[in-house]
Design a protein around this ligand. Structure first.
Ligand code: 5GP
Ligand code: MG
Length: 177
């Protein structure tokens, strides 16, 4: 992986500042008791920061995880979504907030939202760290968006390239020199 450079796009400080305002937006519109369903692997870091920001915004959360995959070790979506690992708990009658790293084609979130509605969630809302506009393959709109980014493959802050770079505290663009 040492042939790659990562050029920062969104800094650690920018992410921290946005997290606080995002949490207040969510608190104002979803309520003070939220079932967070985090989509692994890409959203683990965003989820960890968001639920702490939600706590500071006066929101109580329960957290569960689903592993969905559509990418593999490539930088183009394969077009089909695979439920590689399911959550444990019951979500019927709950106000669910799906948390994902990035909205691109919309297929991952469409799959997740349909699944959780079918399981009896009272409301299902969606928060994404990043959105790449103009790439939707299915109708999909996130209720809460951290940052809108250009159409570039990004890594860091949970997002990977072949399972690398998730640990970076910022979001950046991989460049091959
Ligand atoms: P969608 O299903 O909306 O096409 O894509 C969503 C999923 O594709 C995200 O959860 C993420 O795992 C992956 N993805 C989309 N764009 C990027 C990107 O620029 N970088 C990385 N690392 N993953 C991406
Ligand atoms: Mg993902």
């Amino acid at each position: 992986m040492d042939k790659h450079h990562v050029i920062p796009l969104i800094t650690e400080a920018e992410i921290a500042a946005r997290m606080a305002t995002l949490a207040r937006e969510i608190a104002a519109s979803v309520g003070t008791d939220i079932m967070v369903v985090s989509l692994l692997k890409g959203s683990f870091m965003f989820t960890a920061d968001l639920i702490r920001a939600l706590h500071h915004a006066g929101v109580r959360t329960q957290v569960d995880f689903m592993t969905l995959s559509s990418y593999g070790a490539r930088t183009e979506s394969s077009g089909s979504v695979n439920l590689a690992g399911d959550m444990g708990g019951d979500i019927s009658g709950k106000d669910v907030l799906i948390v994902d790293d990035i909205l691109e084609s919309g297929r991952t979130l469409d799959f997740a939202a349909r699944t959780l509605k079918a399981r009896g969630a009272t409301t299902v809302k969606i928060a994404v760290l990043l959105e790449k506009p103009g790439k939707l393959q299915v109708p999909m709109e996130a209720d809460f968006i951290g940052f809108t980014i250009p159409d570039k493959f990004v890594v860091g802050y949970g997002l990977d390239y072949a399972n690398h770079y998730r640990e970076l505290p910022y979001v950046g663009v991989v460049s091959t020199p």
